[in-house]
Design a protein around this ligand. Sequence first.
Ligand code: CUA
Length: 323
Amino acid sequence: MAGRVDALYFFLVGLAAFFSLLIAGLIVYYAIRFKRKAPDSVGARIHGGLILEITWTVIPFLITMVIFVWGAVVFFAMSRPPDETLNIYVVGKQWMWKFQHLDGQREINELHVPVGRPVKLIMTSEDVIHDLFVPAFRIKADVIPGRYSHIWFEPTVAGRYHLFCAEYCGTRHSGMIGSVVVMEPEDYQAWLSGGVQEGSLASAGEKLFSDLACNTCHRPDAQGRGPVLHNLFGQSQVLLNGERVVVDEAYIRESILRPAAKITAGFQPVMPTFQGLVSEEGLLELIEYVKSLKVDVPAPVRPDTGGPKPGEATPARGSEAKK
Ligand code: CUA
């Protein structure tokens, strides 16, 4: 994306430079050319000039349309990640960046990613507004408490790149820095397998799901007091008031923290709030767990949490379902 952003940027700089020089040059030229020669001389009266007026309206209009269309194309490309991305969760807090890989690796102020794969960051904040900025990738997005914001990038060259917080967030804002380490795919695989094995994010979510007793109401067999969560993520859901919502990260988060906000049609608002009981990381784990709930694909099962739950598909594959 950097090349495309730069091309637009340099076009704007070039355009501004061209018109600045043109206008400043003409001012100087006309000042000399039409200098008053005699003390009592008066300039000719001119009324209107249709061709001139149309010209100075149409040309700037066309130029601004070029800027608008070009800018919009780049903006859409930046804001729409490809379908297949490597998803990484980011939690900002005063004053550090926490990164969570789906396989369970956690990092602070350092993010390891492979070359050549689109990476999507799903970001939120634990306290105030931060802003993740990687100048080399030309990406920058606010990280906002209570919301999930997304940005994506595709690293093309291995190396270490600076990472900044670009929103004043308190005393040590300037120290809220880190780096993105882009690695060749094989080095990345080695790095992934070298870390502490904490289990995948989804399996941590599964454990939390039963620790919080969510599974007593959200049962996979449609007999519970809450909606079935299998195959739910990404679907559109009808609410009690007839509206529709798409089940995304933000909706799951809201349903955990403020369950009464959007009740699924056919259910009672009986779920208690989990505000204050689940950390931001816990929410991410629960979200990943809900995402992993598919009927056709066995849900990830953690060896140390016992067997599968009633009604849940028995894992067919022996190894941890990594997708
Ligand atoms: Cu976080 Cu500035």
